[in-house]
Design a protein around this ligand. Structure first.
Ligand code: MLT
Length: 314
């Protein structure tokens, strides 16, 4: 019986690991906690690797993966995978595009609501400082606010639907979708980026690539309303971090909800010094439901790719 080696480079759900373990043709190695040099040794004779945000598939990785047929990115974003480099070496790159959609959508809502009501701050005041000061915590309502969504794919469109339920006025900007995708959901479609910049709240749900890095910078922030709220649960660097910092510091941006950073982990980032920001450590995919979906789908794709049966979501 032919055997295939699958290396799991990052933490995935136990159910995915069990699928790999239970397949008699798969030898799987769990290498999530090994250092980079050791990982390069482990992948040298692997047929497939499963990776997440913590493993960059760069030239060193690709150079070491001498026998690799495919990489499964356990999640949606492939910005930390050198796809051209993989293609040159004949390595097929797959992702798991919809498994964590709802987790990212709901985290976006949590950030948006937290920004409007400063919820983590009032929580900290009462719970950790034992201060009961109701008059300190006046927030804003989502109802009636104009929301600009940049990127209206799986995640952005679902954020739009939820924000309609909050009685917001929702506008979508996405040059890659037909306008009807938005209008069918009761969302206004615009091809004017300036219209998005004029919204009360802006959230972004695009992949990270050369078109979207720094899509919001100092010039765009200057065009925004005073007191705008910005949310980013997609990728660090879509909002230029220096411009975001300056905008928050000056009060031009009233509040920001940020789940992702240009360089992660980000434990010593200037944005963390501000007190008009809500942050989380890249939790867009971190629900038990999503992790189950991602882990099992990634394992299934890895097994099929290792055996050469199929390469879904390539
Ligand atoms: C994604 O791209 O889906 C997520 O960022 C995956 C992750 O949490 O690593």
């Amino acid at each position: 019986m032919e055997k295939y080696k699958v290396v799991v480079c990052d933490h995935i759900h136990e159910a995915g690991l069990e699928m790999l373990q239970n397949d008699p043709q798969i030898d799987y190695v769990f290498a999530a906690d090994v250092d980079k040099t050791a990982l390069l040794d482990v992948i040298a004779d692997a047929d497939v690797a499963i990776t997440r945000s913590s493993t960059d598939v760069d030239d060193k990785f690709i150079g070491a993966a001498k026998q690799m047929k495919a990489i499964v990115r356990a999640g949606v974003g492939v910005d930390n995978v050198d796809i051209d480099g993989c293609s040159k070496e004949g390595i097929i790159v797959m992702n798991v595009p919809t498994a964590n959609t709802i987790a990212a959508v709901e985290l976006t809502m949590a950030h948006m609501l937290s920004c409007m009501r400063m919820f983590p701050y009032s929580h900290d005041h009462l719970k950790n400082q034992r201060i009961w000061k109701r008059e300190k915590w006046y927030g804003y309502e989502l109802k009636g606010k104009k929301l600009g969504i940049i990127g209206f794919g799986n995640i952005g469109s679902r954020v739009g639907v939820r924000c309609k339920a909050f009685e917001m006025d929702v506008v979508a900007y996405d040059p890659y979708i037909p306008a009807s995708k938005a209008t069918d959901l009761g969302v206004k479609y615009t091809d004017s980026f300036d219209e998005i910049l004029g919204c009360d709240i802006i959230t972004i749900h695009t992949p990270k690539n050369s078109e979207t890095i720094d899509i919001i910078g100092a010039d765009e922030i200057a065009k925004m309303k005073d007191g705008v709220v910005l949310v980013n649960c997609a990728r660090g660097g879509l909002y230029n971090e220096e411009a975001l910092y300056d905008g928050l510091k000056s009060g031009k941006i009233r509040f920001a909800g940020i789940d992702v950073f240009k360089k992660e982990p980000a434990t010593d980032h200037p944005l963390l010094d501000l007190d008009n920001i809500v942050v989380s450590p890249h939790l867009g995919a971190n629900t038990f439901e999503s992790q189950y979906n991602i882990g099992t789908q990634a394992a299934q794709q890895a097994i099929e790719a290792a055996k050469g049966i199929a390469f879904p979501n390539a």
